[in-house]
Write a protein that binds this ligand. Sequence first.
Ligand code: OFO
Length: 170
Amino acid sequence: MITKTMQNAINKQINAELWSAYLYLSMSMDAEAKTFKGVANWFFVQWLEEQDHARIFQNYMNSSGSKVILLPIDEVESEWKNPLEMFKQTLKHEKEITEMINELVRLAMNEGDFATLSRLQWFVDEQVEEEENANDLVDDFSRAGNDFGTLLELDSKLGEREYSKPEILK
Ligand code: OFO
């Protein structure tokens, strides 16, 4: 049984994952408008992945007899100067999400909630990947600067990213 405190904290996390999804969809739309089709694709996949993250928490809540409450999703920005600014914000945001996950881990440890702790391990690992990806892309776009050829190459590379459903949801 998950305590009420933990249920509230997970509901907040579900909201944060859905906000992340909304943020990345907005970046995808803006990248599309700025004709960075590959960047738009990368953020579109990110949008799908964030919805998966929310789904994993929702499944966990449902399977443990807890009540999922969908909280309001705050507005997101709709415009960025360029892809570098998008990836810088992505990195900053993912660091904040990592901190939220760490906070959930601390709560689960304090409560001796080993089931939640076990589920959270997936997110701890996922956040390492999320931060690494965003960090690499900040580096790539920083190095590219205004070099049109390099930007085109990077955009085309990001166009290859494909969505795949995580094992945990299959
Ligand atoms: Fe859900 O990992 Fe990004 O925010």
